[in-house]
Structure formats: C-alpha cells, structure tokens
Design a protein around this ligand. Structure first.
Ligand SMILES: [Zn+2]
Ligand SMILES: [Zn+2]
Ligand SMILES: [Zn+2]
Length: 231
C-alpha cells in the first residue's frame, strides 16, 4: 500500500546551517524589554559583549550546545555560564573569565534551565558547570558538547577534542596544553605553574606522560597534559 509522504517537519539541521538564524533572528544581547533603564538592576543578567556572543555563535552554528533536553537541535537563544558570576577571584579578573567564550555555551531555554537549576549535579559531571571556587579555568575543563562531543573550548570561539584521560565518571580533570617545543625541551614551567596554582608545587616533584593523568608525588591525580594543536 502506498503511503502518503510525511510532511517535512522539524528537519534536523547540520551544525553551522545558516537557515536557522535566517528564520528566527537571534538577539545578540539581552536587550532590555522595556525602555525603562533606571531603578534597581540587581537581578537581571548583564548583556554580553557583542564580540563574545558572535564568537560563541560561530562555534554553535546557532544551535544549542548543551543538547540534553533538545538533542542539540533547538535554536540557541541564551548563553549559559559554566562558572557563575564572580568566579576566579575578586575584581575584574573574575568577570573577564566569566564572559570568555570558553565559559559560555549557546543554549536553548530548557537546557539552560536544566544545567542551572534542574540537574545541577549532572551538569558538573559533564562540564556544563564548573565549580565556582575551583582553581581550574574554563578553557582547561572538558565539556560535553552537543555537536562535538568531549571538547575543550578556547577563548576565541574555537574548540578541540579533550584527552580521554581527563574525562572520568566521578569528576573531570583539568587539561593543560603545552607546546611541542616546551615538551621536547623538557621545559616544564607551565606544568610547575599549574601545580603551584593547584597547591601541589612542594609535594616532591612530578613526571608525566602526554595525555595521561599526572599524579602528584603526594598521590593526588591532578591534571592531564596535552600538546597544543595546530602550532
Ligand atoms: Zn537544548
Ligand atoms: Zn545560567
Ligand atoms: Zn601533591
């Protein structure tokens, strides 16, 4: 028996498709809903710089990057912060980290709500959230991206895949990226600085293999060292 063709509905679009944004223009920033700008403005999120929004949008192709509720097919209408406001210490430094592309994910409303409120514990296990008082920086913490899998996000809207050793069921390990040259010459300054940041510089030394867990002399599993890509 002949079946009538299904009406085309909700075709999955490839990431990076331009169609989506054409059909539904996306607000570049959180524009005020009313003309009123005076009075208390404590609760509302600050609009992100247009450049930052554009970098995140280029990475996402306009689709939700969290994708746990929507499968990564919903239009991204909000930016979800991985680390909340004020992270990274007092002053401007925390704010700068907070609004870097590595700290932001393009999100649909449902997924943003999920990681911020509904399933927060899961969000930490997948890198959608990063502990506010932690010492790892957003570009170092793997995140499960709806389109790209386990990745490290950079601060220019780029991404790369994350070493498997950094992705563990119970917690994620930060990834330190060093240059081929540093590695070949045995220049471990960057590793030492990371150990200092994590409070393990004086434990008695370390050795590491690329893309494997670096275990401190004290026994703590601290991070994974990998090579910078595309040098
Ligand atoms: Zn979504
Ligand atoms: Zn949020
Ligand atoms: Zn240690």
């Amino acid at each position: 028996m002949k079946r009538s063709p299904m009406p085309p509905r909700r075709q999955p679009m490839s990431r990076g498709s331009k169609q989506l944004s054409r059909k539904a223009p996306i607000r570049s920033t959180g524009a005020p809903k009313s003309g009123k700008t005076t009075g208390k403005k404590s609760a509302g999120p600050r609009p992100l710089p247009v450049k930052v929004v554009a970098a995140v949008r280029a990475r996402s192709g306009g689709l939700c990057e969290i994708g746990l509720e929507c499968g990564g097919l919903a239009q991204a209408v909000e930016r979800a912060h991985r680390t909340g406001k004020g992270a990274g210490g007092p002053g401007g430094r925390g704010r700068a980290a907070s609004n870097s592309p590595s700290n932001l994910m393009d999100a649909c409303r449902r997924d943003h709500d999920r990681v911020d409120r509904a399933k927060v514990t899961d969000a930490y296990l997948r890198g959608h959230k990063i502990h506010r008082h932690g010492l790892a920086r957003p570009h170092e913490v793997p995140v499960l991206h709806a389109g790209y899998g386990w990745v490290l996000l950079d601060d220019h809207g780029g991404w790369r895949s994350a070493p498997a050793a950094a992705v563990r069921g119970e917690h994620l390990l930060p990834v330190l990226q060093i240059s081929r040259r540093e590695y070949d010459l045995g220049e471990t300054g960057a590793v030492d600085r990371a150990l200092a940041r994590f409070g393990h510089l004086d434990c008695g030394g370390h050795s590491f293999r690329l893309d494997e867990v670096l275990t401190c002399a004290c026994g703590a599993e601290l991070l994974v060292v990998t090579l910078l890509e595309a040098e």
